[in-house]
Design a binder for this molecule. Structure first.
Ligand code: UGA
Length: 442
């Protein structure tokens, strides 16, 4: 395989940093990843991903062990010296008011700036973390210049290159992007980053750093709004005797709308949509253009997980009953429990006096700490045993294949499908009462 001379540094081996680093290495670039957690560094160097992501273990095996193109380190200076481009992939958690906390970025950028001050080599610092418009050209640039004593664009490059990776399919998304967005302070910075993506045949959009930051927020906010939109349509459909699946199909066939992100369900979760929509809403208020649409997207999403409990309560009162939650992760193929609708559903059921059992094929450990108050089961069979009702929360493929006999050890034959994936007709024909989100309530 071709090996390139441009060396890539990655700061932060979370999901974005590690996946991007491994994929750059897979393209043939030498990559060095910095993290402050010794266990993470050690496990990456043994090709063991500290996070669950489809295909990542095999990819690390290839780039860390076989090709030796990726290594992780705790030593910032080593990472800095061995990189030409440095991608900052640190978390930007939500603050109380929805705005983002730049604490990790600020302190790391200061350290990088100090190292920049001591080198004569050209380096380009690339922000990959999701940051609000103006952060790279404001906070990041200022700290880099203050701590290095050098000038952006003249002594070093600066760019913003957002990621559009979906958890669970991130490696595939990296390799087959719809577009690559690079916001840069100068042409030299832009070209430096662009060189990494030469082998891709998608559009590479050149923009400002603030433009790139806004594109990331607008993309996630649009998709989240699409989800809230179809969820509201689903809620209306239920009352009108219309199936939302047919509506999603009918509107999705319109090229201008597209069928993607039109699956009605219990609402969006994860580390990105909720946080990013909140942050953009906070920005809209700061600039005196409060976005009603973003607020509505968030409001709808806050209520949506509870819709499955509404449906359940059309059949039984939940107090004193045992309810089984099928799937706990915020979506399938991940163990991520951040902002998972299952948390809201479980807590609401507990508040109403129900006992709750939960099962997730992968999110076992993460779910135990995110929802400690419920009984965690090791299999779907365990979960369904002696429950008064089952609610499908996350559409793992394992659940799609369930047959009526898999539910037969339940106390009551009540099933709520919050993701519209079960074989309702067969289940109903076998005597189950099945309520499906976005379908007519008889
Ligand atoms: C999202 C974006 O899709 C990525 O492009 C982006 O890079 C990423 O955030 C990020 O900012 O890092 P992700 O959070 O992995 O990716 O998850 P998605 O697959 O987009 O799903 C988000 C949520 O929307 C999930 O809870 C999912 O269940 C829900 N969803 C999605 C629906 O309820 N219906 C749909 O039709 C699609």
């Amino acid at each position: 395989m071709t090996q390139f001379s441009t060396r890539v540094g990655v700061v932060g081996t979370g999901y974005v940093g590690l996946v991007s680093g491994a994929c750059f290495a897979d393209l043939g670039f030498p990559v060095i990843c910095l993290d402050v957690v010794p266990e993470k560094v050690e496990s990456i160097n043994q090709a063991q991903p500290p996070i669950f992501e489809n295909g990542l273990e095999e990819l690390l095996q290839k780039v860390v062990i076989e090709e030796q193109l990726l290594k992780a380190t705790l030593d910032r200076e080593e990472m800095f010296t061995k990189s030409d481009l440095i991608f900052v992939c640190l978390p930007t958690p939500s603050s109380e008011d929805g705005s983002i906390d730049l604490g990790y970025i600020r302190s790391e950028i200061k350290e990088i700036g100090m190292l920049l001050g001591k080198t004569s080599e050209w380096k380009t610092i690339v922000v990959k973390s999701t940051v609000v418009p103006g952060t790279t050209s404001g906070v990041v640039k200022t700290i880099l210049e203050e701590s290095s004593g050098k000038q952006t664009g003249i002594d070093f490059g600066l760019a913003m290159n957002p990621e559009f990776l979906m958890e669970g399919v991130a490696i595939n998304n990296f390799s087959n992007p719809d577009r690559i967005v690079i916001g840069a302070v100068t042409d030299k910075s832009f070209n430096h980053v662009k060189a990494l993506y030469e082998s891709f045949d998608c559009e590479i959009q050149k923009t400002t750093t603030s433009g790139a930051e806004m594109i990331k927020y607008a993309a996630n906010s649009f998709l989240a709004t699409k989800v809230s939109f179809i969820n509201e349509i689903a809620n209306i459909c239920e009352m009108l005797g219309v199936d939302v699946g047919e509506v999603a199909l009918g509107i999705g066939l319109d090229d201008r709308i597209s069928p993607r992100f039109l699956r009605a369900g219990v609402g969006f979760g994860g580390s990105c949509f909720p946080k990013d929509v909140k942050a953009l809403y906070a920005v809209s208020k700061q600039v005196s253009r409060p976005s009603n649409l973003l607020k509505a997207t968030l409001d709808t999403n806050e209520m949506q997980p509870l819709r499955v409990i509404d449906l359940l309560e059309t059949l039984i009162s939940v107090q004193g009953k045992t309810i089984g939650l099928m799937g706990l992760a915020f979506k399938p193929d991940t163990d991520d429990m951040r902002e998972a609708p299952s948390i809201v559903i479980a807590n609401n059921l507990l508040q109403k006096g129900a006992k709750v059992k939960g099962y997730d094929p992968i999110a076992k450990e993460t779910a135990r700490s995110a929802i400690p108050g419920i009984t965690h089961c090791n299999s779907v069979a365990d979960l369904l045993q002696e429950v008064d009702a089952a609610i499908l929360v996350t559409e793992w493929s394992e659940f799609r294949e369930l047959k009526p006999q898999d539910f037969e050890r339940m106390n009551n034959k009540i099933i709520i499908d919050g993701r519209r994936v079960l074989d309702w007709v067969t289940l109903q024909d076998s005597g189950y009462s099945v309520k499906v989100l976005g379908q007519a309530v008889p």
